[in-house]
Design a binder for this molecule. Structure first.
Ligand code: HAM
Length: 410
């Protein structure tokens, strides 16, 4: 899928300097303030200070760090990158939420001249996700999106939220009282049932967008309409990371899709100021990360609901081309040499052990491979092998020189 859309793979380290996440993701976010696995790395020399390192809680900051460090912007073109790997957050473990989990993500970024800021990029990424989920057979997914505007828009919106929250925050839960002070945007994604009426009455970010952000969002929506990708605009969707600007989105699946109380399969958005925040050049970008664990739980639950088992075909390993059974320990070395030759010719091979009785070798071979190749004294003396094809039960003698071809064709 990623190749079809022109993406290449990027691999970044599992841990990074703590400051990268503190500055990129944001000190006030739950991720940075509560959920990171951070340690002081011992200094190598007395003159060196210890460095604070963190297991990555997400990969956007790491990709942008690599973009800056390796001067990818100087190439001038759009960077379309994907990654698949583990991330770490100290969350309360439950179904669909783990302390080590996997993400499949992409980041599209580059200098403004590469078109990285264009709403076409937002729509392309969203259309790719819709196609991916459809091709995987995920049922009932919903795309929710919003625009959180430029960082100036957000400053004005934050100020308005603070003002609106001041007279009512004492009626809210403790968490929301704290958020109202430190990061009022976070109040919007509170699930506390008692606070919902207050939250629904708060000002909407749409009323604080400048003309450019408004036009950008309208262009994203009309490109989605043109592609026939269905969406719902959710004015409360502000996401839990501070780097977002303009388009933010989540794809959710219906209750009962195997995720327990979680329903966000993936999330993402635009981060037009992140590179500059990290000391790099202007490099607007957009990306997402799919929770791979959640994707698999959903596929399994939805397949079970349709009485299908998606696991069976995938877990059934395909059979090896051959299992070599040496007769007697004296033949072990010759068996290994034959396996080397066949593997180098591109065949998949397992080697038995000369101490096995023939019956045991046959049983092991039948489980693993399409053929058993018997290597005894006679065979070695005549430069042949005895081959049994399990599918037909047929047993033949084959000259060593012809063995590879024989095993491949039958
Ligand atoms: P995020 O919303 O924090 O965004 O995470 C993306 C997805 O990762 C979530 O929707 C969820 O499926 C999965 N996920 C998060 N935490 C856990 C967990 N503890 N256990 C299992 N799955 C989890 C980001 O990480 C951004 N870096 C996405 C992005 C890329 N934005 C722009 N580019």
């Amino acid at each position: 899928m990623f190749a079809r859309y022109g993406f290449g793979e990027i691999r970044t380290p599992i841990f990074e300097d703590t400051q990268l996440f503190a500055r990129g993701v944001g000190e006030e976010t739950d991720i940075v303030s509560k959920e990171m696995y951070t340690w002081e790395d011992r200094a190598r020399a007395q003159s060196e200070k210890a460095q604070s390192l963190t297991l990555r809680p997400e990969n956007t900051a790491g990709v942008v760090r690599a973009y800056i460090e390796h001067k990818l912007g100087e190439r001038g073109d759009l960077q379309k990158l994907f990654y698949i790997g583990p991330q770490f957050r100290r969350e309360r473990p439950q179904r669909g939420r783990y302390r080590q989990f996997w993400q499949i993500g992409v980041e599209v970024l580059g200098p403004v001249s590469s078109g990285a800021e264009s709403p076409v990029r937002d729509a392309e990424v969203l259309e790719m996700l819709a196609t991916l989920l459809d091709e995987l057979g995920i049922k009932g997914w919903r795309l929710e999106l919003n625009s959180v505007g430029s960082s100036d828009d957000r400053k004005r919106y934050n100020a308005a939220l603070r003002e609106a929250l001041a007279p009512v925050k004492s009626q809210m839960c403790e968490d929301n009282q704290r958020r109202a002070e430190t990061n009022p945007l976070r109040v919007l994604d509170s699930k506390d049932p008692h606070d919902q009426d207050i939250i629904n009455a708060l000002p909407k970010i749409a009323d604080f967008l400048d003309d450019a952000s408004r036009a950008h969002f309208a262009a994203v929506l009309s490109a989605l309409d043109a592609c026939g990708v269905a969406y719902t605009v959710n004015p409360r969707l502000v996401r839990g990371l501070d780097y977002y600007t303009r388009t933010t989105f989540e794809f959710t699946v219906p209750d009962g899709s195997g995720l327990g109380t979680q329903n966000a399969l993936l999330g993402g958005g635009r981060y037009d100021g992140l590179s500059e925040m990290l000391g790099g050049p202007k490099a607007p970008g957009i990306g997402f990360a799919i929770g791979e664990d959640r994707l698999i739980l959903t596929l399994q639950a939805q397949a079970a609901a349709q009485a299908l088992d998606v696991r069976t075909p995938n877990l059934e390993p395909s059979k090896l081309d051959a299992y070599i059974a040496p007769i007697g320990v004296e033949r072990n070395a010759a068996a290994l040499a034959l396996a080397r030759e066949l593997r180098r010719a591109g065949l998949s091979v397992e080697v038995g052990d000369g101490t096995f009785r023939l019956k045991k070798s046959f049983e092991a071979a039948d489980k693993l491979a399409r053929h058993i190749v018997i290597l005894g004294e006679d065979e070695l003396a005549t430069d042949t092998a005895t081959v049994k094809i399990f599918a037909t039960g047929q047993q033949v003698k084959v000259a060593m020189a012809a063995l590879g071809g024989h095993l491949k064709t039958i």
